[in-house]
Design a binder for this molecule. Sequence first.
Ligand SMILES: *[C@@H]1O[C@H](CO)[C@@H](O)[C@H](O)[C@H]1NC(C)=O
Ligand SMILES: *[C@@H]1O[C@H](CO)[C@@H](O)[C@H](O)[C@H]1NC(C)=O
Ligand SMILES: *[C@@H]1O[C@H](CO)[C@@H](O)[C@H](O)[C@H]1NC(C)=O
Ligand SMILES: *[C@@H]1O[C@H](CO)[C@@H](O)[C@H](O)[C@H]1NC(C)=O
Ligand SMILES: *[C@@H]1O[C@H](CO)[C@@H](O)[C@H](O)[C@H]1NC(C)=O
Length: 410
Amino acid sequence: MALSEIKTLSLILALSLFSLKAGSSPLGARRNLLGGNEAVFDVTTLGAKGDGKFDNTQAMIKAWNAACKAPGPAPRTLLFPTGNFMCGEVVFQGPCNGPMTIEIQGTITGSTDLSLYTQGVWITVEDITGVFVTGGGTLDGKGDEVWQFAPKNGGGDDLLPVSIQFSKVTHGSINNIKILNSKGFHSKVTWSTDVTVSNLNIVAPGDSPNTDGLHISSSSNVNVTNILVGTGDDCISIGEGNTNVLVSNVTCGPGHGISIGSLGKRPNEKNVKGIKVVNCTLTNTTNGARIKTYHDSPKLSAMGIVYEDIVMNQVTNPIIIDQHYASKKNPTPSNVQISDVHFRNIRGTSNSPVAVTLNCSEAVPCQGVELADINLAPFKPGQTLSSTCFNAKPTITRIENIGLAGCGSK
Ligand SMILES: *[C@@H]1O[C@H](CO)[C@@H](O)[C@H](O)[C@H]1NC(C)=O
Ligand SMILES: *[C@@H]1O[C@H](CO)[C@@H](O)[C@H](O)[C@H]1NC(C)=O
Ligand SMILES: *[C@@H]1O[C@H](CO)[C@@H](O)[C@H](O)[C@H]1NC(C)=O
Ligand SMILES: *[C@@H]1O[C@H](CO)[C@@H](O)[C@H](O)[C@H]1NC(C)=O
Ligand SMILES: *[C@@H]1O[C@H](CO)[C@@H](O)[C@H](O)[C@H]1NC(C)=O
């Protein structure tokens, strides 16, 4: 038996005793918030080195497996203390015997060797019921050293790696960490349910390629709140197959705004239903409240969408539905039926002369779009705002001076 296996085995034995003092090595136990004992697996006692140079990939996976597979249903924590833990692609694979906390106090730094990433994701958290990422530390993707290799023109399926992805998670959270300079998307939640994403600080330059702050797809019951995000792409993007997503208190900019979509790119996409975005502020973004769909898409629906209580500061397209996304010339219309969409109490300034753009599909015009209490002024003094509607007849309530007269029913 290798030394590491003996260590792991003795850890497991020690865990079942639950009698070690907090901070003792290699396995500690401490009181958790519920007053119970919690096993703490400190990665530095399990082979990881926080010197910024050592490749911790294997040590992290081993430490995870020790914690995840430790016997008994008690909660356990994988701890990254102060330090700089460099690693390549890591999969934190479940299922685990009990709920897992990944506590990042220090910094985890992504290797800049792109050949190490085989699945388009740096840190995957997969197939787990009960997993909580937190700790106040940082995930530094080091994208600044590799963005020059990003696919041009928006990229296809070969985008640079997502920094952290929840996949097939039931009941989990990503809370209180900073995600810095991701290579690709900063975070992603997919095929998951009952997930909270909160108190994140997501930072990348406004010209970094495809660096969405958070992308959500194929998930249900997801709450996103208290997020400070500025990147080179969408601050939050809500893709296909999502139901019941609540986004609140997001401060966004620079970036491309808070988007639903893009929808309808691939043949097997699923409907979107029940998305609410509320109490958000966007500053200096290219878009504000946006829904975007592809031409020539499969038949899909996107319904029950609310953007409410949103402040726009100097936003280029404050309110926009674009069903001609990614191709302005393709003659085959989008088949994504957009309906039951409400833009309410949206105020602030538009950086372009166009306040509202509803450019819906010729094949399936938008249904049930409401615009209410939209109070937008031009950012540039002396400008007059206008709006355009195409295949959409919104109901319009308490709105003046943004050229909506030609748009629909009063
Ligand atoms: C999201 O927030 C809503 C409203 O506050 C709440 O009812 C729901 O349980 C929350 N869901 C999650 C996954 O936290
Ligand atoms: C909104 O989020 C910010 C962090 O981005 C936080 O400081 C603030 O307290 C939150 N506001 C509310 C009302 O929760
Ligand atoms: C939005 O803000 C209002 C006023 O501060 C507050 O009452 C409401 O609970 C907030 N909504 C969400 C979903 O956070
Ligand atoms: C918006 O961006 C422009 C140029 O990128 C910059 O000059 C301006 O200061 C920014 N405004 C705000 C409010 O951040
Ligand atoms: C809608 O988009 C199409 C394709 O880009 C464009 O030709 C048309 O002018 C747009 N209509 C409006 C009203 O913006």
